[in-house]
Design a protein around this ligand. Structure first.
Ligand code: ZN
Length: 243
């Protein structure tokens, strides 16, 4: 079995399609594991939900998925995110809303727990520091945890009583061993580690290896589309910067 691990698609259809094409080139997958924030920020919320639903997949809820359907208020969002969220809400069909409404906060598959933010706070918490990661190892029971939310590819490894941070660069093969891990595959639709290419991973069960990949997509075309839709300029500009 092979699973695609996709986080933070964020209504970026061109990035999502580029990732799916890349997956095909790499021999395909059996199922998508999606880490939430399917919508928010980008120009194609409805299309991204629809495309995801064409694949066999599981998906957890992200903060933007909840905000887009009013399941959570946007008082903690910055003004730009709030504007994009309001626009996103207006693009969703009844079917899209039902789909987002029913996304669970966390899921367990094989040796993995899937959440958007962190196992302790699945919607909100950012897992970016060793201290936060260390605490969070107590909040899931499986060997491994997959997270999104920060849009930064990284790995935290539990070694005895300490936690070690590791980068997760493009084309890294992460072989799963005995140590527990928290893994972020990076963001498909709005990467924030300085590399604007879409970021995702494939987990191969037979080799017990997670492969991390970056894929180019048509950023200028996506930016033009966002401009046409009247989405906020900072959200348009950040796609080419990768932050
Ligand atoms: Zn996100």
């Amino acid at each position: 079995m092979r699973y695609a691990i996709l986080g933070d698609i964020h209504s970026n259809l061109a990035a999502f399609e580029a990732v799916l094409r890349d997956i095909d080139l790499k021999g395909g997958i059996d199922r998508i594991w999606c880490l939430g924030d399917v919508v928010g920020y980008g120009p194609d919320p409805h299309e991204c939900i629809e495309l995801l639903r064409q694949y066999e997949h599981i998906c957890v809820a992200g903060n933007h998925d909840w905000a887009a359907i009013g399941k959570m208020d946007t008082s903690d969002f910055n003004p730009v995110a709030t504007r994009a969220c309001r626009w996103t809400s207006q693009q969703l069909t009844k079917k899209d809303i039902d789909y987002l409404q029913n996304l669970p906060l966390s899921l367990c598959q094989d040796d993995f727990t899937l959440v958007h933010g962190s196992p302790r706070e699945p919607i909100w918490e950012y897992l970016l520091s060793i201290e936060v990661a260390q605490d969070n190892f107590a909040y899931f029971k499986t060997a491994f945890c997959l997270v999104g939310h920060s849009h930064v590819p990284l790995i935290f490894e539990q070694r005895g009583n300490s936690t070690v941070y590791k980068e997760f660069p493009n084309r890294t093969n992460l072989e799963l061993g005995g140590n527990r891990l928290i893994i972020n595959p990076g963001g498909v639709g709005q990467p924030r580690d300085g590399d604007p290419r879409a970021s995702y991973a494939i987990y191969d069960v037979d080799t017990r290896t997670i492969y991390h990949y970056r894929v180019e997509y048509d950023i200028p075309a996506t930016q033009r589309k966002m401009e046409e839709r009247g989405l906020p300029l900072p959200l348009i500009l950040r796609l080419s910067e990768g932050w």
